[in-house]
Design a protein around this ligand. Structure first.
Ligand code: ATP
Ligand code: MG
Length: 564
């Protein structure tokens, strides 16, 4: 599990489990489950739940199941099941042979429904959706009992069997639990257990045309799997009495306990599969693994290490009240993880050509460059140096303001791992006036990076030899939304999309050591940020890199500047 964890985390859920262990509830057993509905790709909110459920099971010597909560044929598919399996594995968790599907319990759930009908605790109701709403009452008004509530057991058994036999149209009737139409908790006012859906299910095909509701299916699936602690998000708090009611009514052994925690909300993005489906299906992003998405497949492609995501989940902890977590916290976890382990290399993203007039043509020197200043065990590579180089356009200014310390006409800077160079001439495009090339001289005495006469330079800049550098495309990903909480905004969340969330740089030059970097591998491009080889589009002869994260929080700096 999380390698960087020292003391096990502690929170209100673990307090409950500690107490259960002390009192011997569940005979000292801890069994949890992660129950995604396969109707979208998992996102970082799911990661929070995965880390919690698998983390707790590991901590208490228990087991965590992976269960596809696939009780609604609409929108569920094998593609999503595969995504869940891939992503949970990638996050570093193992369910061994405990991969389950709620759809495998349909027969058993059906039998439970028959039992409730036989006990007089469930009935087939013919009210339509509008009538049902009207009968339900409101927060301030009690509901009214359905006119079909007193049907006999025999009639209910017959009607329910015919619902499943496909005799009735969708929406014409439902199976409801008979609880209490005057309950202050609206969830308890004769909730629906089964509805008719004449849709094929991705696993059960056309075997069923009635499908169980979450509240009925979930508690019983937990019970079938002998789950002890059923951890879910806060929106199910009002459903807990119903969760318990079904278990009680059916008198199951080993009753699982539902515990709710606050779901993760992350700034500048949306964590809801429904919204994510919209972004993907409307082509706002390029598929589920678009690196701008908060999906785990997007994060993987963007170069987020799984241990950094686990670290993030641990740091945010679990609480009982909803909050919006700053995405900067996640990005910091990514930086911290990559800081130690990503080799540092040189790449020029927006190249400016530099000719070193006094460096012999045809001569090539090889500089030995360590991959990491603090981790010598990471080794080093050679960086070729020659007469024509590329430097970053932003490292030169023709008329620099006072604060600019890098290259300018007449000014000297240090090249990373090498010589001092001084700008002696600027070549411009005669039409546009844009700077297209610099002429510099180098000081052969400064090979060590220092001048024998003790003179200093104010800046060290990175570079790539023009003849040796490899071309690459680099994709810069930014936040998908311009506002911190797009769903809270008054207008449609789509109105707040950041139109500049993707910038593609096509003429980048990388030092030659990167020519055969493996797909997915991570690097720090010195001074430019953390990047990884795109695992989908990068090819041996046309490299593509993604920016994983900037070196510092660029948005925080913009905000600071704005305040001044
Ligand atoms: P979504 O709103 O994204 O569709 P969901 O809750 O419907 O989310 P499920 O597939 O049912 O998605 O979720 C599987 C598990 O992950 C559930 O236990 C759910 O509570 C949990 N979960 C989902 N979203 C979050 C989140 N943002 N933070 C923490 N846990 C989450
Ligand atoms: Mg759900």
């Amino acid at each position: 599990m999380a390698e960087n964890s020292t003391a096990p985390p502690s929170d209100f859920i673990r307090d409950i489990i500690d107490e259960d262990m002390r009192t011997g509830k569940h005979q000292g057993r801890v069994a949890t489950r992660f129950p995604p509905e396969p109707n979208g790709y998992p996102h970082v909110g799911h990661a929070k739940s995965v880390c919690l459920n698998f983390g707790i099971a590991a901590q208490y010597g228990g087991a965590c199941n992976l269960r596809m909560d696939d009780t609604d044929p609409t929108g569920e598919s094998m593609e999503y099941v595969e995504a869940v399996i891939r992503d949970v594995k990638w996050l570093g968790f193992d369910w061994e042979d405990r991969l389950y599907y709620a759809s495998d319990y349909y027969e058993q759930l059906y039998q439970y429904a028959l039992q409730l009908i036989s006990m007089g605790k469930a009935f087939v109701c013919d009210l339509n959706a509008d009538e049902m709403r009207e009968y339900r009452g409101s927060f301030t008004e009690p509901g009214r009992e359905s006119p079909y509530r007193e049907r006999s057991v025999a009639e209910n058994l017959d009607l329910f069997a015919r619902m499943q036999a496909g005799e009735f149209d969708e929406g014409s009737c439902v199976l409801r639990a008979k609880i209490d139409m005057t309950s202050p908790n609206i969830t308890m006012r004769d909730p629906i257990m089964y509805r008719i859906k004449k849709e094929s299910h991705y696993r059960t095909g056309d075997r069923w045309c009635i499908y169980p509701m979450y509240d009925f299916a979930h508690c019983l699936s937990d019970s079938i799997e002998r789950i002890t602690h059923s951890i879910c998000t806060l929106e199910f708090e009002n459903n807990r009495p119903l969760y318990d009611w079904f278990l009680e009514a059916l008198n199951v052994e080993d009753r699982p306990q539902q515990i709710e925690f606050a779901r993760l909300n992350l700034s500048y993005t949306v964590l809801s599969k429904r919204r994510l489906v919209e972004l993907v299906e409307n082509g706002i992003v390029n598929g589920w693994d678009d690196p701008r998405l908060p999906t785990l497949s997007g994060m993987r492609r963007r170069g987020y290490p799984p241990e950094a995501i686990r670290d993030f989940c641990e740091r945010i902890g679990v609480a009982k009240n909803d909050s919006l977590v700053d995405v900067a916290l996640l990005e910091n976890c990514i930086r911290e993880s990559l800081n130690d382990k990503a080799p540092r290399v040189m790449a020029v993203l927006r190249p400016l050509r530099v000719v070193i007039d006094n460096y012999p043509e045809g001569r090539v020197e090889e500089f030995d460059c360590p991959y990491h200043p603090k981790n010598p065990e990471m080794g080093s590579r050679k960086a070729p140096f020659s007469r024509v180089l590329y430097i970053e356009q932003e490292d030169f200014m023709e008329n620099p303001p006072k604060k600019f310390h890098r290259l300018a006409p007449g000014r000297e800077v240090r090249l990373r791992y090498g010589y001092f160079i001084k700008c002696v001439d600027v070549v411009k495009n005669p039409e546009t006036g844009a700077v297209v090339e610099l002429h510099c001289t180098y000081d052969p005495e400064t090979r060590s990076g220092f001048a024998p006469d003790g003179r200093k330079v104010d800046a060290t800049i990175h570079w790539v030899s023009a003849d040796h550098g490899v071309p690459a495309e680099v994709r810069l990903h930014d936040r998908l939304f311009r506002v911190a909480d797009p769903l809270a905004a008054a207008s449609d969340y789509m109105d707040h999309l950041n139109q500049e969330s993707l910038e593609i740089l096509k003429s980048c030059r990388l030092e030659p050591s990167l020519a055969d970097a493996a797909p997915g591998s991570a690097f720090q491009f010195e001074r430019m940020g953390y990047f990884c080889v795109d695992a989908v589009d990068s090819k041996a002869d046309s490299l593509v890199f993604n920016r994983t994260v900037t070196l510092r929080d660029a948005w925080a700096r913009i905000a600071e500047k704005g305040q001044k």
